[in-house]
Write a protein that binds this ligand. Sequence first.
Ligand code: PGA
Ligand code: ZN
Length: 418
Amino acid sequence: RIEDVRAREVLDSRGNPTVEVTVKLEGGGSGRFSVPSGASKGKREALELRDGGKWLRGMGVIKAVRNVNEIIRPSLIGVDASIQPLVDDILIQLDGTPNKSRLGANSILGASVASAKASSDQMGVPLYKYLGGAFSRVLPIPLMNIINGGKHAGNELAIQEFMIVPVKFKTFKDALFAGVSVYMELKALLEERYGRHAVNLGDEGGFAPPMKRTEEALEALVSSIERVGLEGEVKLAIDCAASNFYADGKYNIDGASLTKEELISFYERIVDEYPIVAIEDPFHEEDLDSLSELTKKLGHRILLVGDDYFVSNERYLRKGIEAKAGNAVLLKVNQIGTLTEAVRTASLAFRYGYRVIVSHRSGETNDPFISDFSVALNCGYIKAGAPARGERVAKYNRLLEIEEELGSVASFSQLDTL
Ligand code: PGA
Ligand code: ZN
């Protein structure tokens, strides 16, 4: 049973304040979680409570910390932390709003995950096994974002993320290090082509070179893959985060202003010309019809991933399923606010054959929770940024540890659309 819940303010990878929650149990178990934060958020995400005002440009989380210490704490004391849906139900009822705007999804999620961690600690079971059970053994394919654009970088690339996807490998470790070798080669290539200022890092550890066009970035990735001899084994993915380059009915990309029909043709062409295996948020977040149309055209060949579309919310994912829009959902626990709700979204996805990609945020902490969560779900995919910067490598290092711990039982996910 929960004996204590305490929150404090700490910093995330961008230097913004975030909430850290510690839960202690009567039996001595304890768990701590610090909450991540996005920059290119979906409109329908659960609310991240910030203090507002001038201090820290409004980014403080003193109110969210106070909500944990004064409102959540008394309601969780005495509750059995091993029954996660009970803990999360109490949190949801306590907040009472559809988007967690009273207490803040940051305070609620902190308590939800810290409580699960405390319970796994008490039982002496690793978190992935505690959450997923005895059959958790699938190590995820990492989608590694190594060129940053859009809201995550100060260049002119409209598309936010250019990822490499190591797919044809026997183990997670082999896949990860293949990704690392491409990352290293890309650095050398960018330095040759654009000079030293091209290798500064964006928010997710990818490079932020002064590129202008989508195909400049795709070509740089293909060349780097070829230069290390991994063509065929390392594929590509993009997160368009298209709401950010949409205005007045048009998509402003690569110096042109495209209609949605033109954008569909553009996606079809780049999927033909480059080894792209996944496209995320290809249209603005209200335009489910275009996502359905693109799914009809490309859904049998590649993953079409909804992030801002579904915001990890069962309700919006259901609408997507009904519209046959997309075939994969990005799962970010802080978009929805409790572990139980995130798992429900994942279950709905599995039931309808949608893939689940567990994801970090652009503002992260060193907490590797998502690594355990992805293995617990056996979902086979994780999006955790470049293999660089402490808060990103924390996730990859944890997956290496889990793979070693599982030993011969571990299995590395295979891309099922190839
Ligand atoms: P965010 O971006 O964490 O800044 O929202 C990540 C994404 O769009 O996938
Ligand atoms: Zn996204």
